[in-house]
Design a protein around this ligand. Structure first.
Ligand code: PGA
Length: 248
């Protein structure tokens, strides 16, 4: 496991975009596992710049982690819309190579099964993650039991409150989401976990230093052989100075 601490999220985003460039340059048909939320925005900004500077992503496939149940793709708070806004509309990517769960599918069980097939067909060469204040990854919320497969999850109050900024009112945040399960996340060849800001410092320290726990889903990353934690100074504030690179 590697930990890299940057002065600002923008610097961190440039670093993660360079990792993505290395992956895509090595294999133009790479699969990028992508995340939403405020955390990956500096990464998308830097990636768009790299594409404008000549990085070729024509053959890249993308597989997103999750989507709100009940929001259509053109809803401004849907994750599909988020991805269009921050990445897809700025780069020449084939729409058929973009994968995000459909939050408005009539049969959500069938949609979960369909998405598990997508996840099986396109294992990520690089998986980008953010961490929830409660330690969730994707929308795998803390629980006594963690699902390996794509599933519908009831969002916790903490997640709804954290995500309510974009909606303007917690009552407007969907109560459920479809999320890739832990198997899909852990099958990635390489994982980059990003976290920024003081409010993430405690959960980052818990996930990095503690044991693997289902009530802290990000701690499961201890089981993966190639994880890089990319932090800003505020998010790294509670980490002991000696914490450096370790073998998984
Ligand atoms: P955030 O969300 O980037 O908006 O803090 C991260 C997450 O919930 O994974």
């Amino acid at each position: 496991m590697k930990i890299r601490v940057f002065d600002t999220p923008d610097e961190a985003g440039v670093y993660v975009a360079a990792i993505a460039e290395q992956v895509v340059s090595g294999c133009p048909q790479s699969v990028l596992g992508l995340a939403t939320g405020s955390t990956p925005i500096p990464f998308y900004r830097a990636l768009v710049r790299l594409v404008q500077c000549g990085l070729n992503v024509h053959e890249v496939t993308t597989v997103n982690l999750d989507e709100y149940v009940g929001l259509p793709p053109d809803h401004p708070q849907s994750y599909r819309y988020f991805m269009e806004h921050h990445l897809f509309r700025h780069i020449p990517i084939d729409v058929d190579k973009i994968h995000i769960p459909y939050g408005t599918a009539a049969d959500l069980d069938a949609e979960c099964a369909r998405y598990d097939q997508v996840v099986a067909d396109y294992p990520a060469d690089l998986q980008i993650l953010g961490i929830g204040l409660n330690g969730h990854i994707g929308f795998n919320e803390p629980s006594a039991f963690l699902d390996t497969k794509t599933h519908v999850v009831e969002l916790t109050k903490k997640t709804i409150l954290h995500n309510s900024d974009a909606f303007g009112d917690p009552a407007l945040v969907p109560t459920h989401a479809i999320t890739m399960g832990l198997q899909g996340i852990l099958q990635a060849r390489q994982i980059v976990m990003m976290a920024f800001g003081e409010e993430k410092s405690q959960v980052v320290a818990q996930a990095l230093q503690g044991e693997v726990r289902t009530d802290l889903p990000a701690s499961i990353l201890h089981l993966h052989h190639d994880v890089t934690w990319v932090l800003d100074r505020a998010a790294a504030r509670m980490l002991p100075l000696h914490l450096g690179d370790t073998e998984a």
